[in-house]
Design a protein around this ligand. Structure first.
Ligand SMILES: CC(C)(COP(=O)(O)OP(=O)(O)OC[C@H]1O[C@@H](n2cnc3c(N)ncnc32)[C@H](O)[C@@H]1OP(=O)(O)O)[C@@H](O)C(=O)NCCC(=O)NCCS
Length: 319
């Protein structure tokens, strides 16, 4: 892979990723054979500084002050590239986050205080997005968010995206162990009789699939409705309007197709902005009584009124 030198491209595609664990700077004891999980070293006249996992320093009894989170900028940056470190450093300084930079042959690495790690990632994502949004001339036309029908060759990317989006449970806010259940649900939906190709929509940014939403056939009695979900946006681009674009596209396609209404399970705070209301207010009971106001319905232009019954999702949901 060719090392990137262009600052615009480097910033827009830097892909900051945090390594697991905590890391410390240690002054390596003179004469002690090198060992432990040393990740980087700098020799100075005064001695040898090493960066290593905190746990290794603890077990070797080595003292340290600074405890850092390790963020790698995964873009393959050229050692001759100019300005990446300065731009990243300036953005973090503005956010009052201190940062130590290490340059490897392939990537740049940032060590920031552990407590600031999440904020630092946010600042870096903002910086990359800002760069993406810049129309910096003919060489770099502004990226366009494209919404299109999902194709079979998109499946692997869509599955990976869904796994990433649901890696933290939207219900508990905690990391999910193993594969999130939405991933298997999605696979089953793709293979089900209730799969509706036109309602599996991807959002593509510069050729990368960054969002996906699927709606499948569901019913209240004999009345055919859409059951929306899962919907996923790649974590680094969440809260930038991609989910909104996917929801609006679904509603527009549903109206154009003469669909009657769309049901979903989710946060009323989020979906009410699209016109969703608790399903019970339209005479529709949730598949599980305990879902209460989280089970919502959007009546479309041709909502028939006078509907009464319990919503049934595609079989994949109960499998
Ligand atoms: C939920 C999700 C699809 C929304 O897409 P998005 O692109 O991040 O959202 P948008 O940028 O379009 O909308 C952002 C707005 O919605 C709000 N919002 C986003 N997710 C929310 C949630 N779960 N609950 C309440 N509000 C939410 C934001 O606060 C923001 O509000 P603002 O415009 O007033 O600032 C996306 O965050 C995601 O993939 N989350 C993880 C998976 C998930 O929870 N899926 C839905 C399960 S029902």
């Amino acid at each position: 892979m060719t090392a990137e030198k262009d600052l615009h491209t480097l910033l827009a595609t830097m892909h900051p990723v945090r390594r697991d664990g905590e890391f410390v700077y240690v002054l390596w004891p003179h004469g002690k054979p090198l060992g432990g999980g040393i990740m980087a070293a700098v020799r100075e006249a005064e001695g040898l500084t090493v960066v290593m996992p905190r746990a290794d320093a603890d077990s070797a009894g080595l003292p340290y002050d600074f405890v850092g989170a390790w963020i790698t900028l995964e873009v393959h940056s050229s050692l001759e590239a100019v300005g990446l470190t300065a731009a990243v450093g300036a953005a973090l300084t503005e956010a009052k986050i201190s940062c130590n930079v290490l340059a490897g042959f392939h990537h740049d690495h940032l060590l920031v205080p552990v407590a600031d790690a999440d904020r630092a990632l946010e600042v870096l994502h903002e910086l990359a997005l800002h760069e993406l949004e810049q129309d910096s001339g003919l060489e770099h036309p502004a990226p366009v968010l494209r919404l299109r029908t999902e194709q079979p060759e998109d499946r692997a990317a869509v599955v990976a995206l869904t796994a990433a989006a649901f890696a933290v449970s939207p219900v508990t806010g905690l990391p999910v162990e193993g594969e999130p259940e939405e991933v298997e649900l999605l696979r089953r939906l793709f293979d089900s009789a209730e799969y509706l190709p036109e309602f599996s929509i991807v959002a593509e940014l510069d050729g990368e699939i960054v969002g996906h939403v699927i709606s499948s056939r569901g019913w209240v009695g004999e009345l055919a409705l859409l059951g929306l979900g899962p919907i996923s946006v790649v974590p680094r681009l969440q809260r930038h309007g991609i989910g909104t674009a996917l929801m609006n596209e679904t509603v527009a396609r549903a109206n154009a197709a003469g669909e009657r209404g769309i049901a979903l399970l989710g946060s009323p705070e989020y979906y009410s902005r699209f016109g969703f209301v608790p399903s019970t207010s339209l005479g529709v009971a949730p598949p599980e009584a305990g879902w209460g106001a989280h089970f919502q319905l959007l009546p479309l232009a041709v909502w028939p009124g006078g509907v009464s019954g319990t919503f049934r999702y595609a079989g994949a949901f109960s499998d």
